[in-house]
Write a protein that binds this ligand. Structure first.
Ligand SMILES: *Cc1c(COP(=O)(O)O)cnc(C)c1O
Length: 410
C-alpha cells in the first residue's frame, strides 16, 4: 500500500477545473443549519405540495403497474406519459407541430444540458437576456459558448437591439446559433414579453436562421392580466425548442421535465441522453402521469397561483415600505422571483455575509449576467417563506443595505 493521494486537483479535466460552484447552492449550504430566512433558493412553497395525493398515487402506481413502474424504460420517456405531456402543453396553448416530439428529461436542467451537449461547439454564440437564468449560463459556458447579452426592461428582452447585437457578434467571427429565453415570468425578474416582441424575436431568428430555446417553467403562475402567446405557438418554422417542468407545478424532487421540439432535435437528444442517464425515473413518470390524469397537477397549479400571488403582493408592498431610496425593481408579473437593484455603490456579494449575520440570505445579482454586471443587484424568492417570514426577511435585507451604505459613507 502506497501513500494516500492528498491532492487530486491535477487529475481533473481542464473543463472541470474551470467549474465554479453555484452561488445559490453555496448560500443554501451556508444557511442550512442556522436560523437564516432564505430568500435565496427557488423552492416552491411547501404548502402547495400535494403530499396526500402523491402518497395515494405512488402506491396505486406500484399496485396497478407493478414491475413495469420499477423497470428500465425508453430513453425519451414512457409513451403514455409522453402523450399526456403533449396533451397537457396543448391544453395550455402550446402548439405541437406534426414533426414535433416530446422528450421527457430529468428536470429541465437536464434538457438544457442535453441541448448544450448536442448543439454547442466552442465559440458558438448564444443570445441571452441580461440578466438570465444562471444555471443555463453555467451549462452553456461549460460547452464553450460565448454569450450575446441583450438587456431587458419591464417587457422582457429588448428585441429591437437583436439585429445589431447579432451583426456585432458576427463581425467578431462568432457563430450565432441560438437564443435562450425565459420569455414568460422571467427568472430572475418576473417580467413577461408581450407578443409584438415575441414576433420580432422570431422574425430575427428566421432571418439569421437561429434556433430558439423557450424555457417555460412559470407560465402557470401569471398573476396579472398580461396577454402573451408561447413562442412555440407563434413559430411555424420548427425553430422553437419548448422546455417545461413539473418542478414548480408538482414537486421538484420527482425530477421531471420535458422538451417539445422537432424530431431531428429530439433524436439527437435521445442519443445524448442514452449516455447521460439512459432515461428519467420510470416511477416518477408514472406518478406524474396519474397526477395529470386525476387533475392533481391542475389543482396544484390553481392553489399555488393563489398563494404565490398573495406573496408577490406582500413582497412588493414590503419592498416599497423598507428598501432604501434609489432602489428599483420590476414588478414581477408572475413566477417566483424579484430582481432588486440597490443604489449604485452597493456590492451585494460583499454585503451578503452581513445579511447572513443578520439572519437573511439572497442571491447576489452578478451571477445572472454573462458579463459581470449587476454588482448592485440581488434576486429574492417570494414563493417559499410564509408571509410573516417573507416580510421579516425583506425588512432585514433593507436594514442590512442601509447599514452597508452607511459603512461605505454613502
Ligand atoms: C426552476 C427552473 C427550471 C427548472 O429546473 P428543473 O431542473 O426542472 O427543476 C428551469 N429553468 C428555469 C428558468 C427555472 O427557473
Amino acid at each position: 500500500m502506497g501513500n494516500r493521494l492528498r491532492d487530486l486537483s491535477g487529475k481533473f479535466s481542464a473543463a472541470t477545473r474551470a467549474l465554479r460552484p453555484s452561488e445559490v447552492r453555496e448560500i443554501l449550504a451556508l444557511t442550512e443549519n442556522r436560523k437564516v430566512l432564505s430568500l435565496a433558493g427557488g423552492l416552491p412553497g411547501p404548502e402547495v405540495f400535494p403530499k396526500e395525493d402523491l402518497a395515494r398515487i405512488a402506491s396505486r402506481v406500484l399496485e396497478e403497474l407493478g414491475d413495469s413502474a420499477l423497470q428500465y424504460s425508453p430513453t425519451l420517456g414512457v409513451m403514455p406519459f409522453r402523450e399526456a405531456v403533449a396533451d397537457f402543453v396543448r391544453s395550455k396553448g402550446v402548439k405541437v407541430l406534426s414533426d414535433d416530439r416530446v422528450a421527457v428529461t430529468t428536470g429541465s436542467q437536464e434538457a438544457i444540458y442535453l441541448l448544450a451537449m448536442t448543439l454547442i461547439n466552442p465559440k458558438d454564440a448564444i443570445i441571452v437576456e441580461s440578466p438570465t437564468y444562471l444555471a443555463a449560463l453555467n451549462v452553456f459556458r461549460y460547452y464553450g459558448a460565448e454569450f450575446v447579452s441583450v438587456p431587458l426592461d419591464e417587457n422582457g428582452m429588448k428585441t429591437e437591439l437583436l439585429e445589431d447585437k447579432i451583426k456585432e457578434a458576427k463581425s467578431k467571427g462568432l457563430n450565432v446559433k441560438l437564443v435562450y429565453t425565459v420569455a414568460t415570468c422571467h427568472n430572475p425578474t418576473g417580467v413577461i414579453m408581450p407578443d409584438d416582441r415575441r414576433k420580432e424575436l422570431l422574425e430575427v431568428a428566421s432571418k439569421y436562421d437561429l434556433l430558439v430555446i423557450e424555457d417555460d417553467p412559470y407560465s402557470f403562475f401569471v398573476f396579472d392580466e398580461v396577454p402573451f402567446t408561447p413562442l412555440k405557438t407563434l413559430d411555424s418554422e420548427g425553430r422553437v425548442i419548448y422546455l417545461g417542468t413539473f418542478s414548480k407545478i408538482l414537486a421538484p424532487g420527482l425530477r421531471l421535465g420535458y422538451m417539445v421540439a422537432d424530431r431531428q432535435i429530439t433524436r439527437m437528444v435521445e442519443l445524448a441522453k442514452q449516455m447521460v442517464d439512459l432515461h428519467s425515473s420510470t416511477l416518477s413518470q408514472y406518478i406524474a402521469l396519474y397526477a395529470l390524469k386525476e387533475g392533481v397537477v391542475e389543482r396544484t397549479i390553481q392553489k399555488a397561483r393563489v398563494f404565490y400571488r398573495e406573496k408577490r403582493d406582500i413582497m412588493v408592498e414590503t419592498l416599497e415600505k423598507y428598501m432604501p431610496e434609489g432602489s428599483h425593481w420590476f414588478k414581477p408579473r408572475g413566477g417566483l422571483f424579484a430582481f432588486i437593484y440597490l443604489p449604485d455603490g452597493v456590492d451585494t456579494s460583499d454585503m451578503l455575509p452581513m445579511a447572513i449575520e443578520r439572519g437573511v440570505a439572497y442571491v447576489p445579482g452578478r451571477s445572472f449576467f454573462s458579463d459581470g454586471s449587476g454588482v448592485n443587484a440581488m434576486r429574492i424568492n417570494f414563493s417559499y417563506l410564509p408571509p410573516d417570514k417573507l416580510r421579516e426577511g425583506i425588512r432585514l435585507i433593507a436594514e442590512t443595505a442601509k447599514d452597508y451604505m452607511k459603512s461605505k459613507g454613502k
